[in-house]
Design a protein around this ligand. Structure first.
Ligand SMILES: CC(C)(COP(=O)(O)OP(=O)(O)OC[C@H]1O[C@@H](n2cnc3c(N)ncnc32)[C@H](O)[C@@H]1O)[C@@H](O)C(=O)NCCC(=O)NCCS
Ligand SMILES: Nc1ncnc2c1ncn2[C@@H]1O[C@H](COP(=O)(O)OP(=O)(O)OP(=O)(O)O)[C@@H](O)[C@H]1O
Length: 284
């Protein structure tokens, strides 16, 4: 199957299409939730914050290529807030996060130099749902708080766009708050191959990591935009070019008003988030 045939099978536009935007046409079988078809079929992402910075949630499955996409976006000058990096910062030695992890998981997950033994903790939580939920309950609130302040910092810098690279965006509450959701897709087979190659992990380890997340087909049902990373890096570059242009267009110019009328912007931003949470919750 060629790359473009694969794209069509997914309901995505072929590369080189005059309609640049990739959009899914129908939620995959088994999906419990999906946005309006009008939003999916509208070939440009719709800005849901009229006069504020556009916040975009970038997600996907493990090893589908989120970091690869966010690195390209960074090179293109877009501000990216990376949840994986923040998740490391909130468990550095001396943090309340690491103290809570030690209290629950014991000294076996702490290295001699006092840092977190990521391999040891990973082998526990990727094989045990309850332990994973416990770790998430320790780390995620701290990550979400830090991400919120990063977004605020970007707003103060006058950015028109801000990308949040969050592996577990759909699994958590953040997907209800962001203006647009971009899902980076590749098949589970490709995910496993890339994961094993990147981490030098066994098939068993790779499968247990993959199974600890919502299947990528379900995540696609939440997407405004799907980036199909089943092909080469060059094909990915072309799609990301299109993505950046679409997002810039969607952000428009009205975000500048938020600087002229900061109180109004704050109110409008808060109301937009509340509205999205209410709409997303009512659709679940
Ligand atoms: C378990 C830990 C120590 C393993 O560390 P390791 O260096 O091996 O992996 P790393 O942090 O680079 O994560 C790699 C990928 O694994 C996946 N992943 C990480 N944590 C989780 C989780 N709790 N549930 C499902 N998938 C996860 C993500 O796709 C992530 O991009 C670490 O992943 C962790 O602290 N996880 C909990 C925090 C978390 O949920 N991070 C994800 C973003 S908020
Ligand atoms: N189009 C591609 N062709 C070949 N290899 C790729 C392609 N895109 C990404 N990769 C490689 O696949 C691996 C996984 O990509 P990446 O680290 O970006 O995924 P991720 O979604 O950020 O993963 P994680 O969830 O673990 O953070 C990396 O080694 C990356 O270099």
């Amino acid at each position: 199957m060629t790359f473009n045939e694969g794209n069509r099978a997914l309901g995505l536009l072929p590369l080189g299409s005059s309609r640049r935007q990739s959009a899914i046409e129908a939620p995959p079988a088994g999906a419990k939730y999906h946005y309006d078809r009008s939003r999916q079929l509208g070939q440009q992402p719709q800005p849901s914050q009229d006069c504020n910075m556009l916040v975009i949630g970038l997600t996907g499955g493990i090893a589908t290529g989120k970091s690869t996409v966010s690195n390209i976006l960074t090179v293109k000058g877009l501000p990216v807030v990376d949840a994986d990096i923040i998740a490391r910062q909130v468990v550095e030695p001396g943090t309340p996060g690491l103290a809570k992890i030690r209290a629950h998981f014991g000294d076996a997950v702490i290295q001699k130099d006092g840092t977190l033994d990521r391999k040891a903790l990973g082998s526990i939580i990727f094989n045990d749902k309850k332990q994973r939920a416990k770790l998430n309950s320790i780390v995620h609130p701290a990550v979400q708080k830090a991400m919120f302040w990063e977004v605020v910092k970007h707003w103060f810098r006058g950015e028109r766009l801000c990308v949040l690279d969050v592996p577990l965006l759909i699994e958590g509450p953040l997907h209800k708050m962001v203006g647009n959701i971009v899902v980076v897709y590749c098949s589970e087979d490709t995910q496993l191959k890339r994961l094993m190659l990147r981490d030098g992990s066994s098939q068993e380890d790779a499968v247990s990591r993959l199974r600890s997340q919502m299947p990528i087909a379900q995540k696609m049902a939440y997407a405004n935009i799907v980036v199909n990373n089943s092909g080469t890096r060059e094909e990915l570059d072309v799609q990301v070019d299109g993505l950046v242009q679409s997002l810039n267009k969607a952000a428009g110019w009205t975000w500048r008003l938020s600087w002229l009328l900061p109180l109004f912007a704050l109110l409008a931003g808060g109301l937009a988030v509340l509205w999205r949470v209410a709409v997303a919750t009512s659709r679940l």
